[in-house]
Design a protein around this ligand. Structure first.
Ligand SMILES: [Zn+2]
Length: 454
């Protein structure tokens, strides 16, 4: 049987890796990109199924460096199947799975299990991240060489910071020989102690304990110094404060091998959102004073920090956007702010929420797509995140004009913990293609078959 052929015609193709932005047809043969060619008449695509993308953006499938799939161990929150389905709905064709599962991904056996089940149940590519320390307890290093051999793309104790500076130094030292980055959740617990949101005006008004922004920047600075000392690669997840950005800029200027990511929520929500009114501030604080779906770690920051991370993403100081998709059950959030779990459900709203910054003229569409495709692919050092001929046919087709209302109950994710519930967003991924197969299509956007003999 001949390989399935797909032609995505007439769209505005944006492929930052190749510096391409223009009207073109993307041709797929089997599971690889056959060509990107100037638009031609339909007759030449007789052997192809055709997806008409005129008026739409055609981009490489998105790559997420930071996803919590909760599988194995917390399958009531998410599974590899539901998580990859949610990812496909958001335009993602690759997700990197954080190791804070149960059991923790701190041995080849657990990593092999995730990889094997992901290739069976996953709709898209799942790349595992290995734990830095055994059980993510921060006491003893995990078998990093064994994990590297099992195929992890980096090491992280995410959820927990590596508090012991000497353990962090050892992890960085070992990572050099393995050629993989260390990804440390930067939070100095001694300083953050007891805080459930960012310290400031809103925390004071709600009577909630606040974490100072320095809880993040102190550890970012430490990690940058240790990476410099060991000549190791550091990737800073979910950067969110001005102080962290100052340290990042200084480190990049002196040649430290560092990259950084920012989440959609740290780019688009500030701590006023904790009131649960989509950013509005109430005249009086009543019984329903807050929305626990805004509780996340690092916490939502005040507007000056939000503006700083937007600028840093736009100029490229922050390298990429990563979701930190953290699904939680209703019972983890139907409680007081103090008791609620940290984490936001992001995969299905990521692109659309950040697109508001493009609409506002703060970030270019090319930079947004780069930060979701070639940017993270470059950090992974993998041949993905581009429409280059011969590469995996991973594609996201986006309708920038499409408006939709966020209804978390309709998420493909098993969890609904989104503070965007009820919000109208503009722009939506309408088709996602992974290795040449359509893994998500919004109703009404299926391909037309033109006499294809398959
Ligand atoms: Zn984290």
């Amino acid at each position: 049987m001949a390989a399935r052929k797909l032609a995505i015609t007439g769209g505005r193709v944006i492929d930052p890796k190749q510096g391409f932005d223009g009207l073109a047809d993307v041709l797929i043969s089997g599971d690889v990109i056959e060509d990107v060619t100037s638009c031609s008449s339909m007759e030449s695509y007789e052997d192809y199924e055709v997806v008409n993308a005129s008026g739409k953006i055609v981009a490489p499938g998105f790559v997420d460096l930071h996803t919590h799939l909760r599988d194995p161990g917390q399958e009531w929150k998410e599974t590899i199947l539901s998580g990859t389905r949610a990812a496909a709905h958001g335009g993602f064709t690759t997700v990197c799975a954080m190791p804070n599962t149960d059991p923790v991904q701190d041995s080849a056996a657990v990593v092999d299990d995730v990889t094997r089940r992901a290739s069976h149940y996953g709709l898209i590519r799942v790349l595992p991240i290995g734990a830095i320390s055994k059980g993510q307890k921060g006491k003893h290093l995990s078998p990093m060489g064994e994990l590297a051999d099992a195929g992890v793309i980096g090491f992280s104790d995410d959820g927990n910071p590596v508090s012991d500076a000497n353990l962090m130094r050892q992890a960085l030292s070992y990572s050099v020989g393995l050629g993989l980055p260390i990804i440390n959740h930067a939070e100095e617990k001694q300083i953050a102690a007891g805080g459930v949101m960012s310290a400031g005006r809103v925390a004071t008004r709600l009577g909630l304990a606040g974490m100072p922004v320095e809880a993040e920047s102190v550890m970012v600075s430490r990690d940058l110094d240790l990476a410099d000392l060991e000549g190791a690669r550091l990737h800073i997840p979910h950067i969110s404060t001005i102080g962290s950005l100052i340290a990042l800029r200084s480190a990049k200027e002196r040649g430290v091998d560092v990259t950084a990511e920012v989440t959609p929520h740290h780019l688009t929500l500030n701590d006023d959102w904790v009131f649960g009114l989509h950013g509005d501030v109430p005249d009086a604080v009543g019984l329903e004073a807050y929305d626990t779906n805004t509780k996340v770690n690092p916490p939502l920051r005040s507007p000056d920090h939000v503006n700083a991370v937007i600028e840093a993403l736009s100029e490229g100081l922050i390298d990429v956007i990563a979701t930190d998709h953290a699904p939680h059950a209703v019972t983890d959030k139907a409680c007081t702010y103090n008791e609620a779990a940290y984490g936001i459900n992001v995969l299905e709203t990521a692109f659309s929420s950040v697109f508001a910054l493009v609409d506002a003229g703060k970030v270019s569409i090319n930079r947004l797509i780069e930060s979701l495709t070639s940017g993270p692919a470059g950090i992974l050092n993998k041949d993905i995140g581009t429409l280059t001929k011969g590469y995996s046919a991973d594609v996201a087709i986006i309708d920038l004009g499409k408006k939709w209302v966020v209804v978390p109950e309709k998420f493909e994710s098993k969890s609904t913990n989104s503070p965007l519930s009820g919000l109208e967003l503009k722009s939506r991924v309408i088709i996602t293609i992974y290795r040449g197969e359509i893994v998500f299509s919004l109703a009404g956007h299926l391909p037309e078959t033109h006499g294809a003999d398959r």
